[in-house]
Ligand binder design. Structure first.
Ligand SMILES: Cc1cc2nc3c(=O)[nH]c(=O)nc-3n(C[C@H](O)[C@H](O)[C@H](O)COP(=O)(O)OP(=O)(O)OC[C@H]3O[C@@H](n4cnc5c(N)ncnc54)[C@H](O)[C@@H]3O)c2cc1C
Length: 454
């Protein structure tokens, strides 16, 4: 292949592909992004429905101050659009022994919280004395937390937190891959309490947006700003069906658009899709494809429930509620969406976003709509004191919502990289973390590699 149509083709217009394409464009490369759906953003998708603002995918972004996504906010013209979540969002509830209890945020609240027994509190506070255990086998999150913090902390705090982030079970996930910061803390500081304190100081000193945020018209504003940045370099309804690499030099990529097949050539190719979609496209690179297919994904169903304020007994004065496995509830979590950001529900109404399914409730994620509605409404009646019928009810399902960083994930990813043809790179939420900002970072990493190869 001699001349190429462009330097890099990016497959997938989710946040990881958008980030890769933007970074390459900014560096002066010619780039074409192909997205098979009719919109850009992938999992990021905000819709308005009957006066409610619904996030079909992610609900909010968490910025640590040092995330590359934070650096791109001004570049994308979004600084004045940033919407920080209400201070109420600091309040989180856990459903424990049939009661909604707040997660303690101050030392005083910690001492008096009924969420942990006296023994559990003493065990937690003695964490700094637990010796490091750095050699040997790869630990699950559950094993690590049990060892360092005790069973109660695992059951009451970590188990529901893992459900909230990964829709998973702490005993299924690799600590090193799913929560590398905790692994680093033990390595560097010998204790999570000491490491946590040091991290807190660093966060205070860092710049950029911090905390939980969104935009007035929802997270799709982020995808729209990326789309504007890319202009005609990003195309929708463009399904990449195959590629070939001739003599290891460049790529010839087949694209289905409006039922016609087109071809484009490029020096580099970035696959910014889910692991399974990348595996489909990578079938010529068999080993990498096989390893990609091994990554499990949690299915999730989401119910959006809109009711009049007075139909809910609970004040909804927080981010939402999570459910420890021991509570035996059918829900993964509930976000009090209209308490976090303004204009999410019509005047006098509230919006609840209810998550069901995950790795431990897969059947529920695929329940019939009417069964799901009955289950969700029944649970909300018992948990939040909801009464009457909803003014608004909508269901969204994601068959492959969240990739699971299970034991062996790190090795799997290393194997995949080692078996890719030269010039082909991957981006996506199964590589550097599952959040929007980590998926964004994975796109920037892929762009860096493509630039280096050019
Ligand atoms: C229900 C849910 C709630 C979440 N909540 C949060 C949250 O509150 N905060 C947070 O930070 N993160 C959250 N996440 C995680 C986060 O949204 C995702 O990890 C991230 O958006 C994934 O981005 P991505 O680019 O890796 O993948 P995707 O967004 O899945 O994008 C991949 C894109 O590739 C396209 N594609 C695939 N194959 C092809 C092909 N052959 N040709 C062309 N295009 C193709 C797909 O159509 C898709 O648009 C949530 C995720 C889900 C599902």
């Amino acid at each position: 292949m001699g001349e190429f149509d462009c330097d890099t083709i990016v497959v997938g217009g989710g946040i990881s592909g958008l980030a890769a394409a933007m970074a390459l464009k900014k560096a002066g490369q010619t780039v074409r992004l192909m997205e098979s759906r009719g919109y850009l953003g992938g999992a990021i998708h905000t819709v308005r429905d009957q006066g409610y603002l619904i996030e079909l995918g992610p609900n909010s972004l968490v910025a640590s101050g040092s995330d590359p996504l934070g650096d791109w906010i001004p570049e994308l013209g979004l600084s004045s659009r940033l919407l920080t979540a209400s201070p109420l969002s600091r309040n989180r509830f856990v459903f424990h022994r049939n009661r909604l209890l707040p997660v303690p945020l101050t030392p005083g609240a910690f001492l008096t919280t009924p969420l942990l027994s006296f023994r559990g509190k003493v065990r937690l506070l003695g964490e700094w004395r637990v010796p490091r255990e750095l050699d040997g086998f790869e630990e699950t999150v559950g094993h690590f937390v049990r060892r360092r913090l005790g069973d109660e902390v695992l059951d009451v705090f970590v188990d529901p937190f893992v459900k909230g982030v990964y829709a998973s079970d702490p005993d299924m996930l690799s600590l090193k891959s799913a929560f590398p910061a905790l692994d680093d803390m033990e390595r560097e500081h010998g204790s999570l309490l000491k490491g946590g304190l040091s991290l807190l100081m660093k966060k205070r000193a860092s710049h950029g947006p911090k905390g939980l945020f969104s935009f007035p018209s929802g997270l799709s504003e982020l995808a729209s700003a990326c789309a504007d940045f890319l202009g005609d370099d990003a195309g929708i309804h463009a399904d990449v069906t195959k590629w070939a690499s001739e003599n290891g030099e460049g790529f010839r990529v087949g694209i289905l658009y409006d039922e016609e097949e087109y071809y484009l050539t490029s020096r580099n190719l970035i696959l910014a899709t889910s692991a399974h979609e990348a595996a489909e496209l990578l079938s010529p690179a068999e080993k990498a494809a096989d390893r990609l297919k091994e990554i499990p994904y949690a299915p999730i169903a989401i119910a959006y429930v809109g009711v009049r304020k007075e139909q809910v007994a609970h004040a909804l004065d927080g981010f939402g509620v999570l459910f420890p496995s021991a509570s035996r509830r059918k829900l993964l979590g509930v976000i009090f969406s209209s308490s976090l950001f303004p204009d999410r529900a019509p005047e006098g109404h509230v919006l609840l976003t209810v998550f069901v399914g995950g790795m431990t409730g897969q059947k529920l994620a695929y329940a019939f709509d009417e069964d799901l509605e009955r289950i969700v409404m029944g649970e909300l009646r018992e948990i939040l004191g909801l009464s009457g019928t909803p003014d608004f009810f909508r269901i969204q399902r994601w068959a492959n919502a969240i990739p699971q960083y299970t034991l062996g994930h790190g090795e799997r990813i290393r194997d995949i990289w080692e078996n890719l043809p030269p010039g082909l790179y991957l981006a996506g939420n199964y590589l550097e973390g599952v959040s929007v900002s980590k998926a964004f970072s994975s796109g920037l990493s892929a762009a860096k590699m493509a630039l280096w190869h050019s």
